[in-house]
Structures are given as structure tokens and as C-alpha cells.
Design a protein around this ligand. Structure first.
Ligand code: PLP
Length: 318
């Protein structure tokens, strides 16, 4: 199954699950096996060297995990996808696989705290130059990119400030200097925003959040250009931050209702913001407005209780 004209609600259910599973199972079995057996050494060798399809060892690839990767790939219309034990696993493996001593990365000040720590502490310790720009100052970000860099890292909307950046504009600037654009799409989800369609090379998800949707499993996903995804996969399979079958199954099961949940959240977030806008105790409310052409931000008055709403009401489609 590929993205094409198929609706996202259908892709959420059937993505990665169109084939026949063992014993005719209609949903993906949870394959706990760590190793996989073959009749003879030649068969094993063909799989191990990538000449035939199959599985060798679950730190590298696993049938249940592969279903989740494929589901995410079709929802983001990427060429390839791979997975990690957590969202931070996805972020750190991507950054460390694609950067190294002497490389330069441009990002924004409002990235998720864990990513921010990597930019401020871990990467500089490996002699990677990091420049963090004011998140909403697109001219400053473009100017920093134009000075030359290897990677542009964006998160939009940001957690928890819900600021929005223009992926199209900044990925165009990145392309001009030959830099790779990576976007953390966790808060938007593939239902509201597809960064690859806006010019990004790679998209990251903390599957722990909206993809899973039930707070009962952790995971991270990366999809986009095949060559780049493979480079990160090669790093992760040795680094070892691999996703296990059980959480992969739970996330894939949660994703079957992704479109329904996100559409409902969009409607609720807008209604809450409209209510708080006219509330007499109103202070500040941030409601992200996500569109495929512009990176706009929408701020409204509300009282402080909105932060609880904001945590799970991320925005609505233009
Ligand atoms: C936007 C964003 N990216 C990445 C992460 C890290 O994900 P995880 O907790 O699965 O490691 C989070 C966690 O809150 C997040 O909000």
C-alpha cells in the first residue's frame, strides 16, 4: 500500500498490514523472537547480506517493528523509515549519525528539552558547531543557514511553546547550501502536517505521543530519503537503541485511530481557544495553526489553565 490518493484514515489502518501474516492472522502478530532460523547457511547468508528479504536478529530488524515503520512511512510519504526505542533515540541517533567533528548545525531555541540538551551539551563535546536561532525570526535563521551548515533541525509546532516555523522556506534555504533538513513532527502528527512534502529530507516522531495515543508505549520513528534513513539505521543497529516488538505493536494499534483522534483534537483545541479568548480571566493561550504553505502562529488570550489543554490540543488545519 502506498500513499497515492488513499486517505490518511485508511493508511493509518492498513499501512504495513496489507500482506498475509502467519496462520492467516488479520492483524500483525507480536513476534518476540530475538533470532530467526533458516534451513541452511546459504539461505541465512542471502538474508544477512540483504540479497533476500527476511530477519536475522531483532536489534537490526523485526517483523512487528517493520509493520510500524511501514505504517509511518506511508503516512509521511517517505522513501524509507526506521525506528528507535524512544523519540530521543530517534533524535540522538539521527544527529550523531549525520554529524561529526567540524560539522555545523543550525536549529531553533524552542526545541523539546531533550533535543536542546543535545545541541547545548552533547554535540559541542564532539566538536560539532551548533547555532540556535530565535524560533520565530525566519530572517535570522535563513542568515545563519546561508553562512554554511550541514544540517538544519526544526521542530514545529514546538513543545511546549507551540511556536510554528515555515518548513518550506527554511528547507529551501538549507538546500541552497547543501544541508539536510530534519523536522520533528511529533506535535503536528502526519495527519496535520507532512514535512517531506514541504521540502524536508527527514521527519522524526516521538511515537510515544500522538502516534501511540494511549500513553502505554514508547518509541521513535524516522522517515524520509532512503539514503539518509539507511545511514541512520546503520548507526542505530550498532548503537542499539532499537524498538521492541511489544511497544511497536501497541503503537501500530494506537495509530489505527490516529486520524479520528487528531481531527477531534483539532476541533476541541479550536473550541477551547475560542472560549478562552472571551473569558474574563484570560491571559495567554497558544494555539498552533498549521498549514502547508506558511508558518504562522496564532496567539490568543486565555487563563493559565490553557496549558493543560495545550498539552493535548495542538491545533487545527487551515
Ligand atoms: C516534540 C518532542 N520530540 C521528542 C520527544 C522525546 O520523545 P520520547 O519521550 O519518546 O523520548 C518529545 C517528548 O516529550 C517531544 O515532545
Amino acid at each position: 500500500m502506498d500513499s497515492g490518493k488513499t486517505r490518511k484514515s485508511t493508511l493509518s489502518v492498513w499501512g504495513g498490514e496489507t500482506g498475509r501474516f502467519t496462520n492467516g492472522a488479520v492483524t500483525s502478530p507480536v513476534v518476540h523472537s530475538v533470532a530467526f532460523a533458516y534451513d541452511d547457511l546459504d539461505e541465512w547468508h542471502a538474508v544477512a547480506t540483504g540479497k533476500s528479504e527476511g530477519f536475522i536478529y531483532s536489534r537490526n530488524t523485526n517483523p512487528t517493528v517493520q509493520v510500524l515503520e511501514e505504517k509511518t512511512r506511508v503516512l509521511e510519504s517517505g522513501e524509507a523509515a526506521t525506528s528507535f526505542s524512544t523519540g530521543m533515540g530517534a533524535i540522538s541517533n539521527t544527529l550523531f549519525a549525520l554529524l561529526g567533528p567540524g560539522k555545523r548545525v543550525v536549529s531553533i531555541k524552542d526545541t523539546y528539552g531533550g533535543a536542546s540538551k543535545i545541541f547545548l551539551e552533547f554535540l559541542p563535546a564532539y566538536n560539532v558547531k551548533v547555532h540556535l536561532c530565535d524560533t520565530t525570526d525566519h530572517e535570522q535563521i535563513e542568515a545563519e543557514i546561508a553562512k554554511g551548515c550541514d544540517l538544519v533541525y526544526l521542530e514545529t509546532p514546538t513543545n511546549p511553546t507551540l511556536k510554528v516555523v515555515d518548513i518550506k522556506r527554511l528547507s529551501t534555504a538549507a538546500k541552497k547550501v547543501g544541508a539536510v533538513t530534519v523536522v520533528d513532527n511529533t506535535f503536528a502528527s502526519p495527519i496535520n502536517q507532512n514535512p517531506l512534502a514541504l521540502g524536508a529530507d527527514l521527519v522524526i516522531h516521538s511515537a510515544t505521543k500522538f502516534l501511540c495515543g494511549h500513553s502505554d508505549a514508547m518509541g521513535g520513528l524516522l522517515c524520509g530519503k532512503k539514503e539518509l534513513v539507511e545511514k541512520v539505521f546503520r548507526y542505530r543497529e550498532i548503537n542499539g537503541a532499537s524498538l521492541q516488538a511489544e511497544p511497536a505493536y501497541l503503537i501500530a494499534r494506537g495509530m489505527k485511530t490516529l486520524e479520528l483522534r487528531i481531527e477531534r483534537q483539532n476541533t476541541s483545541a479550536l473550541r477551547i481557544a475560542q472560549y478562552l479568548k472571551v473569558h474574563k480571566k484570560g491571559k495567554r493561550c497558544f494555539l498552533s495553526r498549521i498549514g502547508n504553505t506558511s508558518g504562522s502562529q496564532y496567539c490568543e488570550k486565555s487563563d493559565v489553565r490553557v496549558w493543560r489543554c495545550v498539552k493535548f490540543c495542538i491545533g487545527w488545519r487551515l
